[in-house]
Design a protein around this ligand. Structure first.
Ligand code: PLP
Length: 330
């Protein structure tokens, strides 16, 4: 086995850097959700994080770790989603500059939000050009540091602070459910779980249409897929990372999937019963608990709600498709 990409000490160090910068988000509970599932659920609400998702944690930690010269030269990142806004905000907080490579057809609201945090946006043609190649070229030409959305030890360490706070606030857990895209959040949380509650089972949850993580675990190597068609836009990744995959393989007990319809039911539950807005990707872990995709009954279960960034109009349209105001008993 190769040296793991990150240790719990890296997560503790990241947590110290984030003190006073990232919110310590609340852990909410719901008697209705508990009755529905027969479990005791602890929701870690990163939908209340600054910029609306956990991604600020990793982005800030990664930029804070750069030396002053590299920080001053600036950051480049490619993303149409939460990573873009996280890098933009973190760069501003750390007196750096961010250049974000986004597809020309990205939602206007996301381009505007990224610019609103002070980043410069470079648009590219999603069908004709490779965003990674563009970002690398810009990094080289302008002396910028490329910070990827998940496959980076400092990003993973930052994301792991989410689970560290959850264990500190909720006490021992039997099971931890974490959304999975490229695996930055899951790998960081798994390292935190092993250190703080070694008997806790860790399960990652990905969209049914994007089950590359599950397939990768079975195959024993990273499996690549086409961009999956799912409403969970934060988990439309095509493959796990070279840093995240080994950590997930070694520390995560299982990966399960949920359907878009189940994500919608979970979002409707949070809006209707708990009065909180959770974006589709943010509802992955909760949907697994609500629809018994993971063995929650009789257990104390941590559920990471990873983000809340969804356009209100789209949110309304999505939850209108929900079959019932609360998901069926599982
Ligand atoms: C990015 C993102 C994820 C997936 O995180 P990874 O580190 O890529 O696995 C999950 N939820 C939300 C809200 C995200 O923005």
């Amino acid at each position: 086995m190769t040296e793991p990409a990150l240790s719990f000490a890296d997560i503790e160090a990241a947590h110290r850097r984030l003190a006073g910068v990232a919110h310590r988000t609340p852990v909410l509970t719901s008697a209705t959700a508990d009755a529905m599932t027969g479990a005791r659920l602890f929701f870690k609400c990163e939908n209340f994080q600054r910029m609306g998702a956990f991604k600020l944690r990793g982005a800030y930690n990664a930029i804070a770790r750069l030396d002053a010269d590299r920080r001053a030269a600036g950051i480049v990142a490619f993303s149409s989603g939460n990573h873009a806004q996280a890098i933009a905000l973190a760069a501003r907080l750390l007196d750096s500059r961010a250049l974000i490579v986004m597809p020309r057809d990205a939602p206007q609201i996301k381009v505007a939000a990224t610019r609103g945090y002070g980043a410069q946006v470079v648009l590219y043609d999603r069908y004709g050009e490779d965003r990674e190649a563009i970002s690398r070229r810009l990094a080289e030409e302008r002396g910028l540091t490329l910070i990827p959305p998940y496959d980076h030890p400092d990003v993973m360490a930052g994301q792991g602070t989410t689970a560290k706070e959850l264990f500190e606030d909720s006490g021992d857990l039997d099971l931890l459910l974490v959304p999975l895209g490229g695996g930055g959040l899951l790998s960081g949380c798994a390292v935190a779980a092993r250190a703080l509650c070694p008997r806790c089972t860790v399960i990652g949850v990905e969209p049914q249409a994007g089950d590359d993580g599950q397939r990768s675990l079975r195959a024993g190597h990273i499996v690549h897929i086409d961009t999956p068609d799912t409403i969970a836009d934060g988990a439309q990744t095509q493959h796990l990372g070279h840093f995240t995959f080994p950590v997930i393989r070694d520390l995560v007990h299982d990966l399960v999937t949920v359907s878009d319809a189940q994500l919608i039911e979970a979002m409707a539950f949070f809006a209707g019963r708990m009065k909180i807005v959770v974006e589709p990707t943010g509802a992955l872990a909760a949907a697994a608990a609500f629809f018994a995709r993971a063995p929650v009954r009789g257990k104390r279960v941590g559920v990471v709600l990873s983000g809340g960034n969804v356009d209100p109009t789209r949110f309304a349209a999505l939850i209108q498709r929900a079959a019932s105001p609360a998901p069926a008993q599982s």
